[in-house]
Write a protein that binds this ligand. Sequence first.
Ligand SMILES: C[S@@+](CC[C@H](N)C(=O)[O-])C[C@H]1O[C@@H](n2cnc3c(N)ncnc32)[C@H](O)[C@@H]1O
Length: 213
Amino acid sequence: MGEIEAHESKLYSDFAPFYDKVFGKIFSSRLRRVIGDLHIPKGARVLELGAGTGTSFPAYPRHCEVVGIDVAPDMLARAQGKIKANGWSHLKVLEMDALNLEFPDDSFDYVMAFHVVTVVPDPVRMMEEAKRVCRPGGSIVVVNHFTSDFPLLGLLTETLDPVTRRLGWRTNLKLGPFIEATELEVEKAYKLSKLSLYTVLVGSNQKNGYHRV
Ligand SMILES: C[S@@+](CC[C@H](N)C(=O)[O-])C[C@H]1O[C@@H](n2cnc3c(N)ncnc32)[C@H](O)[C@@H]1O
């Protein structure tokens, strides 16, 4: 994977007032399906990286404990507002950098990264942190747009990359090199519909000698 330019993640604080209006409904319904398909068991500890305004929050079952982290305080303020308005005692948010998590190793059963791997300056580092704080055999779930392998579409998204970077995300990340560089043990990779631009990856955290049999 090539060198990844650092970019101003706090840019998302500027997006906060209109983020839900632009992306909220689409992202929420996508994440409702992804999270529903996981059948998260009672008592599971869940970490969501780059949780933003909490578009995923309505989808989490109340029987699990969820921590959402993000670097943009204005995005988190909106997430916190939703937590309060809905009385979601199973959810909390913290300001934290996904590249330097302040949690001990093996703290979570699930680590989620929804629409965030193309936003952070170093997705490989973020995935290393995800693996560290996820317990052996836990699940790492990524939802993201990856550059198409179809030559024309791929060329178009790569051409758009300098523009979208200014807006806060990159479009030139390919799925194969991402999986290779992060060494994610993918159990399931799918799209929610044939034409969807987004890929869902469900990985099993294979570390400390843990291997699924
Ligand atoms: C496209 S938004 C996705 C938000 C949410 N996951 C969703 O699906 O609606 C990307 C989020 O990643 C956050 N972010 C960017 N860099 C980050 C970092 N280094 N650590 C944690 N969050 C980060 C941004 O502040 C923003 O809220």
